[in-house]
Design a protein around this ligand. Structure first.
Ligand code: SAM
Length: 287
């Protein structure tokens, strides 16, 4: 039995199956057991849970997820890892590995066939090249997701939890915080991975909310306005919004800002979630 956090044993295991690290697939494997324990503990998994992991790699996190007794389904894109996972997870009958690209997997089918329509807890050390699309895909199916506890690049983590009036705040902060309670639960140095990446990482926990923290009268328009608000970051909201959302003029943005009691020269990054909701409401009523 291999110790999956031990670098020389990882190499040994990979050599056995003629496997090398694929940088393009974000294959930086965790080698600090404490961090893996923190992801599992932070996910609050019990044996009655359904767990979805994206990118099990050689199974170091999968192993600990499986030990909770929960049902674990892990989606791994790299077919060369299939025999490795078969060996490292051989003792569990509550784990299923799917060899597929998570981005092209049908979520409806997955929820239906693998999770019996039950809500899932997502736990993963995400491949960095596709972190945001994976999180957005999961949030599209938020009614079937209870929480998402994932390792991401530190810079991304900061953006997910950022509040207004900070340089990390952007459309992604709002998209995530509109649907979840977002927290950073662990900071992880680059040295905790093999091979060592260039940047540090962090574990974020996104707990899906029963209802959004602000009332939005038209979600589609809300997200259009949020995107427009950050389109020209250095410009005022008036310029950014009117320059990027068709059908919205500078004058209308000025009227909306006055209506919600904000300065006419305010920038998009200074608006809270509530401010964006209020502006959306104004446009719904007045355009
Ligand atoms: N869970 C392991 C760990 O913590 O050591 C590996 C994490 S590694 C950062 C990311 C994993 O995601 C790799 O095994 C990689 O092959 C896999 N992966 C990359 N792109 C993927 C995709 N689109 N769908 C599913 N898995 C993917």
């Amino acid at each position: 039995m291999y110790k999956l956090t031990n670098p020389s044993e990882i190499k040994q295991l990979m050599n056995k199956y003629g496997k090398t690290f694929k940088k393009a697939l974000g294959q930086n494997f965790l080698i600090n057991e404490k961090v893996i324990d923190n992801i599992v503990a932070g996910s609050n998994i019990t044996q009655n849970d359904m767990v979805l992991e994206i990118g099990p790699g050689i199974g170091v996190l999968t192993f600990k997820l499986a030990q909770t007794g929960a049902r674990v389904v892990a989606v791994e894109i790299d077919s060369l890892l299939m025999p490795v996972l078969e060996e490292t997870l051989a003792e569990f009958d509550n784990v299923e590995i799917i060899n597929a690209d998570f981005m092209s997997i049908g979520m409806d089918k997955l929820i239906n066939e693998k999770f019996d329509e039950k809500k899932v807890k997502v736990a993963a050390n995400l491949p960095y090249y596709v972190t945001t699309p994976i999180i957005m895909k999961l949030l599209e199916y938020k009614d079937f997701v209870e929480s998402i506890t994932v390792m991401v690049q530190k810079e991304v983590a900061k953006r997910l939890v950022a509040q207004h009036n900070t340089s990390d705040y952007g459309a992604i902060s709002i998209a995530v915080q509109y649907r979840t309670k977002a927290e950073i639960i662990d900071m992880v140095p680059a040295a905790d991975f093999m091979p060592m990446p260039k940047v540090d990482s962090a574990v974020v926990r996104l707990t899906v909310l029963d209802k959004p923290p602000v009332k939005v009268s038209d979600e589609k328009l809300f997200f259009k306005i949020v995107k427009g608000g950050f389109a020209l970051r250095r410009k005022t909201l008036q310029n950014s919004l009117s320059g990027s959302v068709s059908g919205i003029s500078k004058e209308q943005v000025a009227e909306a800002l006055e209506y919600v009691g904000l300065s006419p020269t305010i920038r998009g990054e200074a608006l809270s979630l509530q401010n964006y909701a209020d502006i959306t409401d104004y446009f719904v009523k007045n355009i």
